[in-house]
Design a protein around this ligand. Structure first.
Ligand code: NDP
Length: 485
């Protein structure tokens, strides 16, 4: 018979008793010298790191990306350099507004974040299951998320705040329409598409760039839950999507996505009918068709949820040579906010944790900081410039230069048509899909107390498509405001 390993304290000493604390006799008070008890209670108090302010509830898995089409004329990113090449990755899916223990099957966008461990460092694509977003300037993000969270007094969700903000931010209309459509509650994390959402820039070996948008198309097919089924499952099994992903992978039913990009020549950005950097808009696939890039497969569950899923830190600024950002104002804000959130949440050395550590060698002059648990560079050169052959920059990896122009001021996008694309989406839905869309919106707007807010929002739906606005007004027992017509 094999003997159990000895239980030890966190400093490695064998524990004599893990069931009874040390007391002054069987009825006496507990002794403070029972340091094993103190350490056990103190560590337990510190088990949680702050949950993510958004995307707190999530599930993740390991897998790989395989290139299936030659895109080297567009990007020099090494992980995209050869057809057939595989790159390991870690993906995390999440809801946005709920807390860490909230239900999975709610109406909410889903986070769709992928960390590619490339030979040139990590590349994070931190998108959603929707191609657009509610707002297009990061300065509105904290206010927007406040409306999705809880009321400061009642600690309840607040539909008044949600629709007040949306009705005063008409750029949200496109995303609101997607959210309220059938795709607003995916059946599982496996049955939804993923999007980079923002516009990014790809740059090739010659330094020539193109604008790109990423699409991950589910190979499992799109499947959704109706409002009624989603609500029921939220009560019966709040961890429904988390369980589904884990079990599918455990059973060898590996979910996969085909990865495409839309490609826009740089100069088109000046003339395209929508601002291509406005994250509330898509690029029509008729104008910029999908170009195949590869395939993402998830084939391995995490061994430890906290170490891998909770401590995974994604940031849209985690880029590799060949992939740059665009002037999308929402993306620009996220470049700061995501890495900053992780420094606060996980620590300054979050990139050194096993799940976040690049698989290639990291050589830089960053040292020390809380929880520096690796060798901290040992005795190697710790400053630059130096005459000690320390790691040095490689000018061929410099970001491609790009022109900027304009007068610096706090200014909106030039394009303010928030209605055409939301209307296009409404018009492409089938009769039944439209019916469910209207029903979902009406159900969500009914609890709003202010008629003014409802009428303002009805005006937006009407401007997207008169039928869309009229049906919602009728179902709410209201009239489309005359000035909108
Ligand atoms: P296309 O007809 O070429 O493409 C329509 C797109 O709409 C497809 O990607 C389709 O995805 C998607 N779609 C269908 N139903 C829904 C839904 N309920 N929620 C979200 N997406 C859905 O048209 P355009 O490219 O000209 O775009 C027309 C409208 O389609 C846009 O205004 C936008 O609202 C929506 N859309 C556009 C996307 C784009 O990148 N151009 C991406 C997603 C939506 P699928 O192939 O899986 O059915």
């Amino acid at each position: 018979m094999t003997k159990n390993k000895k239980l030890t304290t966190s400093w490695g000493a064998p524990v004599g008793d893990n069931q009874n604390s040390m007391t002054a006799g069987s009825r006496g008070p507990t002794l403070i010298q029972d340091v094993h008890l103190l350490e056990k209670l103190a560590h337990f108090n510190r088990e949680r790191v702050p949950e993510r302010v958004v995307h707190a509830k999530g599930a993740g898995a390991h897998g790989y990306f395989e290139v299936t089409n030659d895109v080297t004329k567009y990007t020099k990113a090494k992980f995209l350099s050869d057809v057939g090449k595989r790159t390991p990755l870690f993906a995390r899916f999440s809801t946005v507004a709920g807390e860490n223990g909230s239900a999975d099957s709610v109406r909410d966008p889903r986070g769709f974040a992928v960390k590619f461990y490339t030979e040139d460092g990590n590349y994070d694509l931190v998108g959603n299951n929707t191609p657009v977003f509610f707002i297009r300037d990061a300065i509105k993000f904290p206010d927007f998320i406040h409306t999705q969270k809880r009321h400061p007094q009642t600690h309840l969700k607040n539909p008044n705040a949600v629709w007040d903000f949306w009705s005063l931010s008409p750029e949200s209309l496109h995303q609101v329409t997607i959210l309220m459509s059938d795709r607003g509650i995916p059946a599982t994390y496996r049955h939804m598409h993923g999007f980079g959402s923002h516009t990014f820039k790809w740059v090739n070996e010659d330094g020539d760039g193109v604008w790109v948008k990423y699409h991950f198309k589910t190979e499992q097919g799109i499947k959704n839950l109706t409002e009624e089924v989603g609500t029921r499952i939220a009560g019966e099994n709040p961890d429904y999507h988390t369980e589904d992903l884990f079990n599918a992978i455990e059973n060898g039913d590996f979910p996969a996505w085909k990865v495409y990009v839309q490609i826009m020549p740089l100069e088109d950005a000046n003339t395209y009918r929508f601002d291509p950097f406005d994250v509330t808009k898509t690029w029509s696939q008729k104008d910029y068709p999908l170009v195949e890039v590869g395939r993402m497969v998830l084939d391995k569950n995490p061994e430890n949820y906290f170490a891998e899923v909770e401590q995974a830190t994604f940031s849209p600024g985690t880029l590799v040579p060949g992939i740059d950002v665009s002037p999308d104002k929402m993306l620009q804000g996220r470049l700061f906010a995501y890495a900053d959130a992780h420094r606060y949440r996980v620590g300054a050395n979050h990139n050194a944790l096993p799940i976040n550590r690049p698989k290639n060698e990291v050589n830089n002059y960053q040292r020390d900081g809380q929880m520096r648990f690796d060798h901290n560079g040992g005795g190697s050169t710790y400053y630059e410039p130096n005459s000690l052959n320390g790691p040095s920059e490689s000018s061929e990896d410099k970001q491609a230069a790009f022109p900027v122009s304009g007068v610096a001021e706090s200014v909106s996008y030039d394009h303010n048509d928030h209605y055409t694309q939301a209307g296009d989406l409404y018009r492409l839905l089938s009769k039944d899909e439209r019916e469910r869309l209207v029903k979902n919106i009406v159900g969500a707007m009914e609890p709003v107390e202010s008629e003014e807010i409802k009428l303002r929002q009805i005006g937006h739906f009407y401007k997207a498509d008169p039928e869309y606005g009229t049906r919602i007004a009728d179902s709410l027992g209201l009239k489309v405001p005359e000035e909108v017509k």
